[in-house]
Design a protein around this ligand. Sequence first.
Ligand SMILES: Nc1ncnc2c1ncn2[C@@H]1O[C@H](COP(=O)(O)OP(=O)(O)OP(=O)(O)O)[C@@H](O)[C@H]1O
Ligand SMILES: [Zn+2]
Ligand SMILES: [Zn+2]
Length: 805
Amino acid sequence: MTVAKVIVDVPTMQTDRPFDYAIPQALEARIQPGMRVWVQFGQGKREVSGMVVALADHADFEGELKPIIAALDYAPVMNEETLALSHWLAKTTYAFWITCIQTMLPAMLKVDTIKSVTLGSQPTAEAEALLAGQDQLVLDSHTPAEVSAQVMRLIDQDALTLRYARKDRAKVKTEQVVVPLKTAAEYATLREGVRANATKQLQLITALRTWVNAGSQPVLAEAVKRGEVDRTAVHAAAKKGWLRLDTREVYRAPYDDLDHGERTQPLTLTADQSKVVSTVDAAVRQKTPKTFLLEGVTGSGKTEVYLQVIAEALKEGRNAMMLVPEIALTPQMVHRVKGRFGREVAVMHSGLSEGEKFDEWRRIQRGEAQVVVGARSAAFAPLTNIGVFIIDEEHETSYKQDDAPRYHARDVVLHRAQTFGAPVILGSATPSLESRARAEKGVYTLLRLPSRINRQPLPQVHIVDMREAYKQGGKDDFSKALLDALQLRLDRHEQSVLLLNKRGFSSFVMCRECGYRVQCPNCDISLTLHMDTHTLRCHYCGHEEAIPTVCPSCGSRKIRYYGTGTEKVEASLHQLLPQARVLRMDVDTTRRKGGHEKILAAFGAHEADILLGTQMIAKGLDFPDVTLVGVINADTGLGMPDFRASERTFDLLTQVSGRAGRAEKPGEVFIQTFNPDHYAIQYAQAQNYEGFFRQEMAIRHRGDYPPYYFTTKVTVSHQQEEAAAKLIYQLAKQLTDSLSPSAVLLGPTPGPIARLKNRYIYQLVIKYKREPRLDQTLTKILDDTQVGTRNGYFVGIDKEPLTFI
Ligand SMILES: Nc1ncnc2c1ncn2[C@@H]1O[C@H](COP(=O)(O)OP(=O)(O)OP(=O)(O)O)[C@@H](O)[C@H]1O
Ligand SMILES: [Zn+2]
Ligand SMILES: [Zn+2]
């Protein structure tokens, strides 16, 4: 007997292991590891989806095995390598195996379970009334709690029966093509029998003859759109047997125009670039899974290096994967990669629709794409035979996922690189301290691009002391120096980029009379003001409400708007420089699909003089006419109680400064700050990464922080504050008892936001150098607390968290 080992879609600690299922005769030859199946699970008749992770010739389970009800796939959606990867991911991130599998697959492959009730064996009047003449009542998250309770009671009485059905989200896109069934001569004869005033029929026959002669089978919708044929006439002709309509599967191709556009040629490399490329190429050819840290200043031509290394892998008959942070995955970047490799490139990022993502994934899965470019989750793309991995802007925090599985894309890539015997390039102008320290120890190989292409100097950076600036005629967030520099660019018809560092504060509404700030009802945090929709929104749970006109606390009408938002700065710019054309880029202006693209295209086409934006404008942009970069508020991040605050500030300032003067014209940068003497700002002014690295390492060493120590954060949440607090103290004791004396426990403390989505949060952080027993202890903690069951506890374990607050 063949037995299937199935991971079921029931994310709890007790079910986080494969369960044995019998493969019924009808499915005997079909079921393979990596296929999704539909099975019955646990008591009752609950039906769930699951993933076959292995086949075996005998069961580990003693009793009678339940059979697999149905296979959900015709071919496996995971292969041996990705299945093993999912298991590794679950182990290393303390997440459920099923959660990892679902994270790795496109959303369209998630199976929704539809729960409903029908009349049971002992129907009652109450049950019949509830169904109100319908065959079934569907239960979902919108079902009111009272109804759920009533349904449960009626199920217990056998008055109702619970039923399960599955709904696959996957939708394959199809199109209809016209297949002419007759010869050109036959169509000519047909034409003679058609009345002269039947113009649509005559037109159709003419078209059919053209297609027969050209041997083409056009897409119906397109032919109709071009006005070549009439849809009704086509359907009528199909009935008469003049033609056939075939349904064909098609991909939603988000970058169709680029796929068929002209290809760019490799550039002649500079000596520095050449050295880097040949070093990595050698590793590609020898299949050595070495990690290279490419430290290259902004505008040093890292992207061209990536492209040529990818080309080498392809030449060797291997595939390539390149990760880019979400916000740097701009149309510019896609253009550069697609421009070189065309349709061989699959692109994966959150800006695509679910259908587009699914289709790009299928192209990779079927071996039709050789290069994958994507954001964090593209690290899981089912690409095979990978010859090189690239992570651009490797210091970016967006490579780490905040929710379970709390993985870092860099770790996923390094793991897969071992499997494939492929080198990895980690590239950045400002590498993370962790990576740079590893290069120092020789774990990674350091490669450098110390100068800009064509020996252009890095832009000149001015620090503007805002404490002084307001005394000297600065107004509305702008110093006179920055305003003058902007004016000069307007006069010269050059472009400017303005960064508003939003980290740390945002716009809010406050009562001038009593100081009341509108709070989220579900979370302990102030609501953020959004002028575009005239609402207040919670950035954590999504709660939205109208701006009050009267203070809910004291009844006063003196409600005022506070904080510097991009909208407010945009308004000041219009006042201060009325002739400037400003484009604003932030979450609000890019929310709609393609919004990002449109703004950048407009800026590239010189439809604006100033591009004003948040962090999302700091990375990867390469516009030759940008000669000025202004940072409106450099230090909002410095005040954060986070030991990485300086590193983040240095990275951001260096990256954004790098947007200026990338072509022939020299660039200039103005950084407005209240902390002009802070070392992060000083080193950013000098664009001296190595200097910053040394000083920051010394500080981390003194404070026993990463990269000298490892860290793990444990978070507990519960709807009752007391329950959460009690558990975290209990865990703290358990950890202290099991860890060595050299490990340090920070906390327990309430979470930085003490209540989120109506759950109270407590956390602790473990700092340690070597703790062989930590893994075991953490696993035991998860086992003991029975996460995911009805007791209401959530326990989150985050290895190397990027946020401590
Ligand atoms: N060998 C070369 N010859 C000529 N131009 C080049 C060469 N390599 C790169 N360039 C050009 O130099 C500019 C900067 O290169 P690129 O954008 O790759 O730098 P980068 O290091 O990725 O920058 P950043 O980290 O700031 O995003 C681009 O316009 C690119 O086309
Ligand atoms: Zn008030
Ligand atoms: Zn909220």
